[in-house]
Design a binder for this molecule. Sequence first.
Ligand SMILES: Nc1ncnc2c1ncn2[C@@H]1O[C@H](COP(=O)(O)OP(=O)(O)OC[C@H]2O[C@@H]([n+]3cccc(C(=O)O)c3)[C@H](O)[C@@H]2O)[C@@H](O)[C@H]1O
Ligand SMILES: Nc1ncnc2c1ncn2[C@@H]1O[C@H](COP(=O)(O)OP(=O)(O)OP(=O)(O)O)[C@@H](O)[C@H]1O
Ligand SMILES: [Mg+2]
Length: 250
Amino acid sequence: MDIFQQKLEAYLENIEEDVKKRTDFIREYIESAHAKGAVVGISGGIDSAVSAALCIKALGKENVLGIWMPAYSSPVHEKDAKALVEAINLKLVTVDVGPAFDAITKEMEKIEKLNDLAKGNTKARLRMTTLYGIAGQLGYLVSDTCNYSEIYVGYMTKGGDGLADFNPVSSLTKHQIRILAEYIGIPKQIITKAPSADLWAGQTDEQEMGFTYEDLDRYLLTGKGKPEVIEEIERLHRNSEHKRLLMPGI
Ligand SMILES: Nc1ncnc2c1ncn2[C@@H]1O[C@H](COP(=O)(O)OP(=O)(O)OC[C@H]2O[C@@H]([n+]3cccc(C(=O)O)c3)[C@H](O)[C@@H]2O)[C@@H](O)[C@H]1O
Ligand SMILES: Nc1ncnc2c1ncn2[C@@H]1O[C@H](COP(=O)(O)OP(=O)(O)OP(=O)(O)O)[C@@H](O)[C@H]1O
Ligand SMILES: [Mg+2]
């Protein structure tokens, strides 16, 4: 077995302890903030599924609210988001951010036509706005869902999915998230589906990043990989430093 597989095996061996560590963290953090619960944006993808499941284990299903927020999202993700209701006992509501997206895009395009990335990042920031609106109303905190692999290369929208109050999965690579997902009973189709931000039709993480999660996680867990891939990962890491810091000021 190669060293990458050994690291993943080691994670699986200690998974019960890992779940306890994460659920203790969530419970203690929510208590220390005097909050009543947590909201999680539910995309139909694996990171939000695992984050929500950990929040439910920590806080109880009554104190966790999942929000499905479509903006011309693909139907497969809606089906997968809804599959979580039974699988992890999730309270799920829908807030359609499509109309707000259309309205704000129309206003912004009075300046200049927006490209897919600018439009996609706007969707992510409207979701952040929605999560904070509901969390503020309920006295909840907003759970982040970004995993370690994404955070390392800055693969998240600044002020969008990259902004929340606490993160129950920030130290887990994508491969570790998959192991955890299986352990806590996330539906198979969510685990095996190609990771996608779904910010525009046909988008997938691996295609956009230009390398696979296998390449990224192997490097993160073992330091090994093709030199040109490592160089690209480190370039993205350097260029996204600003997303992992509080804003600079003077
Ligand atoms: N050095 C610096 N210091 C301070 N701020 C700096 C900066 N360089 C850029 N910036 C600011 O950051 C902005 C660029 O960051 P940002 O707006 O995030 O935009 P950007 O990094 O260009 O795009 C976000 C990326 O994350 C991906 N994403 C988003 C959401 C979810 C997921 C997913 O996996 O599901 C993936 C998305 O597909 C895209 O590849 C610039 O417009 C500028 O305002
Ligand atoms: N349609 C959506 N409704 C609600 N939340 C969303 C939606 N799209 C994205 N999000 C939020 O943005 C986060 C970032 O998306 P990302 O694609 O990285 O995670 P994921 O969809 O949970 O996992 P993956 O796509 O890797 O399987 C999601 O975890 C979720 O919290
Ligand atoms: Mg996704």
